[in-house]
Design a protein around this ligand. Structure first.
Ligand code: SAM
Length: 203
């Protein structure tokens, strides 16, 4: 996924873009080295992934990497707040925050670069694709951090279109593709559903 901010007359020379490749760490390190030649590194976000398998002489792979690069300083940046983790049985906060509990309850936590509350969509009832599908929350966070209505969201590997839907909901323009036609049809259907829902809600 990437954001592109096209400023000035010549899109090529003035285009500010922010690629956010998402992959296994072994690929992320290669993409990162390549992008680092021309762009500014902002973040390596570790996103937990469950149900992986140990392969060869390696530790259990528990995260994917979401890289965030920008051309020049980020044109937009927002640090989202998230709810502190709570016990799903009693609802109490899991940590005591060393005496700052009240403040954390009131102001919530700053989002860190370790997202362990997300994982690819695995549940058959909630999946549009049979292959790897990412949760909408991942895209919503990315757009909240670095998006704005004047940006173009580009997703060349759009899959089920979770990123496209998040961009459309946030009011961004978007361009997306996938080389499996069925996936493109799923995206169109999801966009139609969104449009119907929004017009029903008067938006
Ligand atoms: C991991 S899935 C993307 C999942 C997507 N982010 C979602 O949440 O549903 C990767 C997608 O890239 C597509 N793809 C792989 N190689 C491609 C290529 N060369 N051109 C276009 N799409 C490609 C696949 O069909 C697949 O749907």
């Amino acid at each position: 996924m990437a954001h592109q901010h096209v400023a000035g007359k010549h899109p090529r020379s003035n285009a500010r873009w922010s690629p956010l490749p998402y992959h296994l760490p072994s690929w992320a390190i290669r993409f990162g080295a390549h992008l680092d030649r021309e762009l500014q590194f902002q973040h390596w976000i570790a996103i937990s992934t469950k149900n992986s398998f140990v392969r060869g002489d390696h530790l259990y792979p528990a995260h994917y990497a979401l890289l965030y690069f920008t051309k020049g300083a980020p044109s937009h940046f927002k640090r989202p707040k998230v709810n502190p983790p709570a016990c799903r049985h009693c609802g109490q906060l899991v940590k005591d925050y060393g005496g700052y509990r009240r403040i954390i309850e009131e102001k919530r936590l700053n989002l860190s670069d370790f997202w362990d509350d997300l994982s690819p969509v695995r549940h058959r009832n909630r999946k549009y694709l049979t292959t790897n599908e990412l949760p909408s929350l991942l895209f919503e966070r990315v757009i909240e951090i670095s998006g704005s209505r004047d940006l173009l969201y580009v997703d060349p590997f759009a899959g089920s279109g979770s990123g496209v839907i998040a961009a459309a909901r946030a009011g961004l323009r978007f361009q997306a593709c996938d080389f499996i036609e069925k996936n493109c049809l799923i995206i169109c259907e999801r966009l139609d559903e969104l449009k119907t829902r929004q017009s029903r809600e008067g938006r």
